[in-house]
Design a protein around this ligand. Structure first.
Ligand SMILES: Cc1cc2nc3c(=O)[nH]c(=O)nc-3n(C[C@H](O)[C@H](O)[C@H](O)COP(=O)(O)OP(=O)(O)OC[C@H]3O[C@@H](n4cnc5c(N)ncnc54)[C@H](O)[C@@H]3O)c2cc1C
Length: 412
């Protein structure tokens, strides 16, 4: 190591300042306020990726109910919304608005006096089983514990897109890159949106409302579901059997299948149907793109498996992402000691990576938490398990110290 490099020493380092990393930082702060926690992210602000995603796809309401959020106290967002007079979404199961969720997160970050993340990218991570050394773009961090909350993934890019890649600016975009916030008008644009989940639906709705002629192309008939993961996965109904599955490959397969394919809530389906009846949009479900050809000077032709051909000025891929811990190359040394199946590490109950003091959160924790690990529900549960593992303090089911008498007397 060069002498000129800044060296930070800390108790716990969290990589990733999204909802998962925030849940961990808040739970640690509640249980072990004197613990030194350092957070690093691409951004020097909390929740940048989350907020950008919502703004770009023009999403004004969360999908999950109001009790799911990064705070250890499930009712804190309900109280906050009431106290500050935020509008309720009015949708079934009372999901919070993106605006109230964001204001709430700012408030809990401020109240807990969490420092802003350090903008840094980890380059190498080394563990000697008792501690971690991270070489980052902003210097060296030495830490006793490390929490990975980066949501590591690959984008799902279908093979038929290869003829379109790099042909014309804006011809082909993954949903993560579509920026509706900076697109005031799509009048006259023919846009094909590929995918059958809520992201596809949000993009289709907003593009149609901005004047585009939208074709929503989904492989299967649109699936109407209130939540992206069946609520049975948040409790014993499905999890008991899941945890009892001793065949690890089967368990991973079950977790993937439970999430598999997209779905949309009924209120959004009704919105799409309204747009189709006003001819702003066409839904082509049970249709698959088989090939694509870019045209000169612009646009492309998509060939569908039902022999239909579609002309599009732009193609947006709402085909999702696949979580994969191995996409974080800096974890190579650590992962050499941990079995990984289909991108998911086989972590123990405390979400620890083998013998190393390294813990994972988010979708990559699905082996130990089930298919809802990547959601806000999963963030709270992962934060509790990791906090217990790091501090040795057992938490009650609401995330506070387990008390021998009187409930929650450590609640702030
Ligand atoms: C459009 C959309 C809507 C969703 N709505 C809901 C919902 O309503 N309810 C729900 O429960 N779930 C929802 N989810 C699912 C899930 O809660 C979100 O995907 C959430 O953002 C996941 O949180 P995270 O902290 O794992 O990841 P992210 O929010 O992606 O945060 C990861 C952070 O890590 C940082 N990072 C990544 N790699 C590195 C690196 N190498 N070095 C440094 N920093 C790095 C990123 O900058 C980012 O800030 C939604 C997902 C999407 C895509």
């Amino acid at each position: 190591m060069e002498d000129s490099q800044a060296v930070t020493t800390t108790d716990t380092c969290i990589i990733g300042a999204g909802p998962q990393g925030l849940a961990a930082a808040l739970q640690l702060e509640l249980v072990a306020p004197s613990m030194d926690v350092t957070v690093i992210d691409h951004s020097d602000q909390w929740l940048t990726a989350w907020k950008t995603q919502f703004a770009r796809a023009d999403i004004t309401t969360l999908r999950s109910p109001i009790v799911h959020h990064p705070s250890p106290d499930p009712y804190a967002l309900t109280d906050f919304v009431e106290q500050h007079g935020f509008e309720r979404s009015g949708l079934p199961y009372d999901p919070p608005t993106a605006e109230s969720f964001s204001a709430f997160c700012s408030e809990i970050i401020k109240k807990a006096e969490l420092a802003s993340p350090i903008a840094a990218i980890p380059e190498t991570i080394q563990s000697d089983h008792t501690g971690i050394e991270l070489q980052t773009s902003a210097g060296v961090i030495r830490s006793r514990h490390l929490i990975i909350a980066t949501n590591p993934h690959h984008r799902n890019i279908p093979q038929w897109t290869w003829n379109l890649v790099g042909r014309q600016a804006g011809l082909l975009e993954h949903s993560l890159d579509v920026n509706l916030a900076e697109t005031p008008d799509l009048e006259g644009q023919k846009i094909a949106i590929v995918g059958g989940g809520l992201t596809a639906a949000h993009l289709a709705r907003s593009a149609a409302l901005k004047g585009a002629e939208v074709k929503l192309i989904a492989r299967n008939p649109l699936r109407i579901r209130d939540f992206d993961t069946e609520p049975g996965w948040l409790g014993p109904k499905y999890l008991t059997k899941y945890f009892a599955e001793s065949d690890v490959e089967r368990r991973i397969q079950v977790a993937r299948e439970a999430r598999g394919g997209g779905s949309i809530p009924e209120w959004m389906h009704n919105t799409l149907l309204d747009l189709t009846s006003s001819h702003a949009m066409e839904i082509l479900d049970s249709a698959e793109v088989t090939s694509a050809d870019a045209l000169s000077p612009g646009g492309c032709i998509l060939q569908l498996n039902n022999n239909e051909q579609i002309y599009s000025d732009q193609v947006w891929l709402a085909t999702g992402t696949q979580s994969n811990i191995e996409s974080m190359r800096c974890l190579k040394q650590i992962l050499a000691d941990v079995p990984v199946i289909d991108g998911l590490p086989l972590v123990d109950h405390s979400l620890r990576l083998g013998p190393h003091p390294v813990y994972v959160m988010g979708r990559v924790a699905a082996f130990a938490l089930g298919p809802a690990a990547g959601n806000l529900w999963g963030a709270r549960h992962a934060a509790r398990r990791i906090t217990t593992a790091i501090t040795g303090i057992e938490l009650s089911s609401d995330g506070y110290y387990r008390q021998s008498s009187g409930p929650n007397n450590t609640k702030p």
